[in-house]
Write a protein that binds this ligand. Structure first.
Ligand SMILES: Nc1nc2c(ncn2[C@@H]2O[C@H](COP(=O)(O)OP(=O)(O)OP(=O)(O)O)[C@@H](O)[C@H]2O)c(=O)[nH]1
Ligand SMILES: [Mg+2]
Length: 485
């Protein structure tokens, strides 16, 4: 299937945005899953205690919206098309809730890929998680159970270990218009449907377990006014979630053949994109090495570069190896967590593309990304005398002086990476830890500046001392110039 370069570029951008948005928390998370429009984003607003707004539509429909806090922009959809294209998270009572993009939402191949990428990233980066399945009330009886059977089918396909799935699962029924409906009615009705209907074959085991666990189900009744969206609803939802456990299990996702072909195109695009970035990085590496005045750091950087450049030429270069070595080099390079995160994401993306490319298509070729740094290493070895530290220091100082502009530009780039990191972390309030790291980076930069200043002062006083000596010498009466008349 041919896709235009623009489509691929757009999809690549969407994946980059997703990557920026998904913070790898390595924490416990609560992940909301459910069909598009089921009410995940609405539920997240409810749990966030935002002030509700209820609007009645002329066609009888109800819109539930919320006044959100500054900085929060959970988009609630008011049409049948999917609204949350990228996931949102909220931290509520020290707990991270992820609003995952629509489940069973394959409206376009691009969305299918982005949804899969986000879901995998969220689930695989968490330490452990609970799953909250959001089901719209009307879908329970829609099309004689076809709708809800599809949801359960996808759920058990994604989490094949149904015992663990049951353990971590709770369910919220949204938009419930039946005032007397309750959780026992739901589990009994579902069990009956599942026993009679073959569409539930794959999920029957899970549904049988659920039939004895009505306390994992809560009902979000369709509101008549704002007062109906209250603490009782919130507490009931939270109670049902608390009746599930944090688990970590195998997450299996599949992709359509069409989407796999798109991944093949993405690989080609990504390869040239990264190759350009690696070339830029290699140029910066040269400047950084040549201007390095901390000899201990220079040594560390040198061995990181050696190790990276040594990576095998073999076709099946190990991604983990590639990631570790590139991380070591990046660590030397900026001391910035943001760059390390970039390397992590890069490795994750390689892994993702390689696992979902179409059968027989070539895997990502890492060798082409190693080449620019191999070339940089060769160049550096011909310029820097790594064995003679004094010489290296002198060379670095001379280079710094000569290329002040370039060095400054690089230092600004490094600063910008650190600043960006700061902004990102502030934006995602929970990343306090990395603010500390950034402070550390700033401190080391300041130390570096102090060191430079100290060095400058030292030179200046040496210079002054020299001048003083010259003056002293020139003022001293010279024996040989004593003329006798
Ligand atoms: N949760 C909930 N939503 C309701 C209710 N009544 C009406 N709605 C409307 O149902 C829609 C739910 O949309 P979202 O919360 O955006 O759904 P979503 O699951 O996040 O959808 P995607 O982001 O597309 O995956 C909104 O238009 C709500 O206003 C109700 O009782 N509960
Ligand atoms: Mg949403």
């Amino acid at each position: 299937m041919e896709r235009s370069q623009d489509d691929i570029q757009e999809l690549n951008k969407l994946l980059n945005d997703a990557e920026d948005k998904i913070i790898v928390t390595e924490d416990q998370t609560i992940n909301l899953l459910g069909k598009t429009g089921a009410g995940k984003s609405t539920l997240l607003c409810l749990l966030s205690r935002f002030e509700p707004k209820v609007e009645f539509q002329p066609d009888g429909g109800v819109y539930v919206d919320f006044n959100q806090n500054q900085g929060s922009n959970i988009v609630i959809g008011h049409s049948s098309t999917s609204c949350t294209t990228l996931p949102n998270f909220k931290k509520i009572h020290q707990q991270i809730y992820w609003d995952c993009p629509g489940f069973c939402d394959n409206k376009s191949v691009s969305q299918e890929i982005v949804n899969l990428y986000c879901t995998k990233r969220i689930f695989e980066s968490a330490h452990s998680y609970k799953i909250v399945l959001v089901i719209e009330f009307s879908s329970i009886s829609a099309a004689r159970g076809k709708d809800i059977s599809e949801t359960f089918k996808q759920l058990v396909e994604m989490f094949p270990n149904q015992d663990s799935l049951f353990d971590s699962l709770s369910i919220v029924i949204t938009k419930c218009i039946n005032k007397r409906y309750n959780n026992i009615m739901f589990v009994n009705g579902l069990k009956k449907m599942a026993e009679e209907n073959n569409e539930f074959e794959s999920s029957r085991y899970l549904i049988r377990m659920l039939s004895g666990a009505h306390n994992k189900i809560s009902i979000f009744k369709s509101p008549e006014d704002e007062n109906d969206i209250n603490d009782d609803v919130r507490i009931a939802v939270q109670q049902s979630i608390s009746n599930s456990n944090f688990t970590r299990m195998q997450v299996k996702n599949s992709l359509s053949d069409k989407a796999k072909l798109v991944i093949d195109n993405l690989i080609k695009f990504y390869e040239s994109d990264i190759e350009n970035k690696m070339e830029e990085f290699a140029k910066d590496v040269i400047i950084k090495f040549r201007s390095e005045v901390d000899m201990e750091k220079l040594d560390k950087g040198k061995s990181a570069l050696d190790e990276f450049a040594l990576l095998s030429d073999g076709r099946n270069l190990n991604i983990e190896n590639f990631k570790t070595k590139l991380k070591d080099l990046s660590q030397y390079f900026t001391d910035s967590k943001a760059l390390i995160e970039k390397v992590e994401n890069l490795a994750y993306r390689i892994h993702f593309y390689n696992s979902y490319r179409s059968a027989g298509s070539p895997a990502i070729n890492l060798n082409s990304w190693i080449m620019p740094l191999r070339a940089a290493k060769a160049e550096l070895e011909s310029i820097i005398n790594f064995r003679d530290k004094e010489m290296a220091l002198k060379q670095a100082e001379a280079f710094k002086k000569e290329n002040q502009e370039k060095v400054l530009e690089l230092e600004n780039k490094i600063k910008a990476i650190n600043n960006n990191e700061n902004q990102m972390k502030l934006y995602h309030e929970m990343l306090q830890k990395s603010i500390e790291a950034s402070d550390k980076a700033n401190k080391s930069l300041k130390d570096q500046m102090d060191k430079n200043e100290e060095m400058e002062n030292k030179y200046r006083s040496e210079q002054q001392e020299m001048n003083r000596r010259i003056i002293e010498l020139s003022n001293r009466p010279q024996k040989s110039s004593c003329l006798v008349f």
